[in-house]
Design a binder for this molecule. Structure first.
Ligand code: HEC
Length: 161
C-alpha cells in the first residue's frame, strides 16, 4: 500500500504542470493537432500532454485494479517516446516553451532518457498483460522515474503567475 501511495504522489507531481498550464492562453496549447513542420513546439506540447493524459489514465486503472486495461496506455507512451528526439530540433525554443538549452548541450543524454522511457513503457505493456498489480506498480514507477529524470534535467520550472 505504501508503494501505491508513493506512485500516486509521483503522478500528481508530474501532472501538476499540466493542470497549471491549461488555464493559460498559450501558443503551445491547441485543441487540434498542430502541423509538425510549421509548429514543432505546438506539436510536441500536444504529444507531451497526451503522454500526461495516458499516464494519468494508466495510474487510475492501476489504482482501480484494472491492471490489464492499462496496456493501451503503456503502449501509447512507448510509441510517443520513440518520437521525442525528432520533436526537439536544435534551437526550437520560444517564450512559452519550457525546453532548456541543456537539451542540445547534452543531446546524447536527452536521447538516452527518451529511449529509457520507450523501453520501460514497452515493458510495462507486457507486465500489465500478466495482470499482477504488484509487478505493474513496480514497473510503472520505473516509467514515471524516466519522466521525472528528463523533466528535472531538461524542462524549465513552470513560471509562477
Ligand atoms: C526525454 C525527455 C522527456 C521525457 C522522457 C518526458 N518528458 Fe515530458 N516534457 C519534456 C520537455 C522538454 C517538456 C517541455 C516541452 C516544451 O515546453 O517545449 C515536457 C513537457 C511535458 C508536459 C507539459 C505539456 C503541456 O501541456 O505543456 C507534460 C504533461 C509532460 N511532459 C508529461 C510527461 C510524462 C507523464 C512523461 C513520462 C511518461 C514525460 N513527460 C516524459 C521532456 C520529457
Amino acid at each position: 500500500m505504501r508503494k501505491m501511495v508513493l506512485l500516486h504522489l509521483v503522478v500528481a507531481i508530474l501532472l501538476a504542470g499540466l493542470r497549471g498550464s491549461h488555464g493559460l492562453a498559450h501558443e503551445g496549447h491547441s485543441a487540434r493537432l498542430p502541423d509538425e513542420q510549421a509548429d514543432v513546439i505546438g506539436f510536441r506540447t500536444y504529444l507531451m500532454a497526451n503522454i500526461g493524459d495516458n499516464a494519468k489514465e494508466l495510474n487510475d486503472k492501476l489504482k482501480a485494479g484494472a491492471v490489464a486495461a492499462a496496456k493501451v496506455n503503456a503502449q501509447a507512451i512507448a510509441l510517443h517516446a520513440t518520437r521525442i528526439p525528432a520533436l526537439f530540433p536544435a534551437g526550437s525554443v520560444s517564450g512559452t516553451s519550457r525546453a532548456k538549452e541543456e537539451i542540445w548541450q547534452q543531446w546524447d543524454d536527452f536521447v538516452k532518457i527518451s529511449r529509457l522511457l520507450q523501453d520501460e513503457a514497452s515493458q510495462l505493456g507486457v507486465t500489465v498483460a500478466n495482470g499482477s498489480a504488484e509487478a505493474a506498480s513496480a514497473q510503472a514507477r520505473k516509467v514515471f522515474a524516466a519522466c521525472k529524470s528528463c523533466h528535472d534535467q531538461f524542462r524549465k520550472p513552470e513560471e509562477k503567475q
